[in-house]
Design a protein around this ligand. Structure first.
Ligand SMILES: NC(=O)c1ccc[n+]([C@@H]2O[C@H](COP(=O)([O-])OP(=O)(O)OC[C@H]3O[C@@H](n4cnc5c(N)ncnc54)[C@H](OP(=O)(O)O)[C@@H]3O)[C@@H](O)[C@H]2O)c1
Length: 378
């Protein structure tokens, strides 16, 4: 297993990390029903074959994830890995909650300390809240007490907020969503890296979308490439080509995937992908881009909408639907939003006032596109 060195943490980590969010389950409708026997086999097999970074969090597997990971890491496995869990920042109402939640996490994992502790899923609102309530002093305190070794955050918001968070503390690591489809996140990677903060990648296959949901055009492209690789391998190789990335977390769901990914990462060197192969992945990305229906850049100038429509989100969902081969999943997502009783924000709420259109730098005729979205997805 290829390893890379964290700069601040000064530790050698396996380039492939185990994201314990998509373990096998016995009931597909209940993520809490972890198939413990199979999942334990998979995690221990991965560790026995060189993976030394494990990522979990409070909500994974319907709150059962941390306890299960703790059980799997018995019998000497804890000592073989860097263990990460995350603070569920959305649950923090006052300073005392930090400690209460952390102690509960340590208890569930049944460990004395964590290697990495991340603020989970930071976006502007949660960041402002936990910062105000003193999360940075809390992290300092945990480090001083030896309860965590390194601190970081995982992120889901825009670049401005990312920079603000990066510049607010002496972070050891950050976790971002990055893959060849979501390649705009390279700006985050570059910024963190320029500040000496190492990057851990989540959703490298877009939660499986880059292997399970590709339109025919992209499948044909890969099938006709001179070199034969499976779809996971194309995505992973493109990612680990980036030297700034230290760990790529994969949420493996079967033993076959564990074995396949161990093979793919056996020699995961940065800057190792030949230009001709990078060009093939770039072509796949270009095909995705060509399928975009609305040229929205999510600049948010159109917001707020007087009728409450979350315009950029509507476009993001509509575009993703089209890019991934008119995938039903995004229709279901839309319809789920539409069923909300309060704070309705779907395209059908548009009253055609067109105030947003005056502000759109891309000159999108937003009201007409909202009608299209409702027709297709509603
Ligand atoms: N901090 C955060 O906010 C946050 C958010 C998301 C994720 N994460 C962490 O990041 C980890 C990685 O993200 P992710 O789980 O979305 O990873 P991912 O690698 O993008 O998606 C995992 C899925 O990809 C498919 N897959 C993996 N290896 C494969 C292979 N060799 N061949 C074919 N299919 C393969 C499987 O899908 P199928 O089984 O459906 O085929 C699997 O469930 C998570 O597990 C979690 O630990 C953190």
């Amino acid at each position: 297993m290829n390893k890379r060195k964290f700069r601040k943490a000064n530790e050698e980590v396996s380039t492939l990390g185990f994201g314990a969010m998509r373990l096998p389950v016995t009931d597909p409708n209940d993520s809490g029903t972890i198939n413990k026997e199979e999942a334990a086999k998979m995690i221990r097999y991965a560790i026995d074959h060189g993976i030394n970074y494990i990522d979990t969090a409070v909500p994974y597997h319907n709150q059962q994830g941390e306890k299960f990971v703790g059980e799997v890491l018995k019998d000497g496995y804890r000592e073989k890995v860097y263990l990460t869990t995350k603070l569920p920042c959305w649950d923090i109402k006052e300073y005392g909650d930090f400690e209460k939640i952390f102690e509960e996490q340590i208890r569930k994992l049944d460990v004395d300390f964590l290697d990495f502790y991340l603020l989970h899923a930071m976006h502007k609102k949660t960041w402002d809240n936990v910062k105000k309530l003193g999360v940075l002093s809390f992290l300092d305190q945990l480090k001083e007490q030896g309860k965590i070794r390194f601190a970081g955050f995982s992120f889901h918001d825009n670049l401005a907020t990312f920079k603000e968070i990066i510049d607010s503390y002496d972070w050891d690591v950050c976790q971002i969503q990055f893959n060849y489809f979501d390649r705009e996140a390279k700006a985050y990677l570059d910024y963190a890296s320029s500040k000496g903060i190492d990057v851990i990648v989540m959703e490298p296959l877009r939660g499986g979308g880059l292997v399970n949901e590709l339109p025919d055009e992209i499948l044909e492209l890969y099938n006709s490439a001179p070199i034969k690789r499976n779809l996971a391998e194309w995505s992973f190789r493109w990612l680990y080509n980036h030297p700034e990335i230290k760990v790529i977390l994969s949420g493996m769901s079967t033993m076959e995937q564990v074995k396949d990914n161990l093979r793919i990462f056996e020699n995961a060197q940065a800057n190792s992908m030949p230009e001709e192969e990078v060009a093939i992945v770039d072509k796949a990305y270009a095909i995705f881009k060509d399928r975009i229906l609305v040229p929205c850049t999510a600049c948010q100038y159109c917001m707020p909408c007087p009728s409450g429509v979350r315009i950029p989100l509507m476009f993001e969902n509509y575009n993703t639907y089209s890019m991934f081969g008119n995938n039903e999943k995004y229709i279901k997502r839309y319809q789920g939003w539409k069923k909300r009783e309060e704070n309705k924000f779907t395209a059908d709420q548009c009253i055609g006032c067109r105030l947003c259109e005056e502000k759109c730098p891309q000159s999108i005729i937003i009201s007409e596109r909202m009608t299209d979205i409702e027709k297709v997805m509603g």
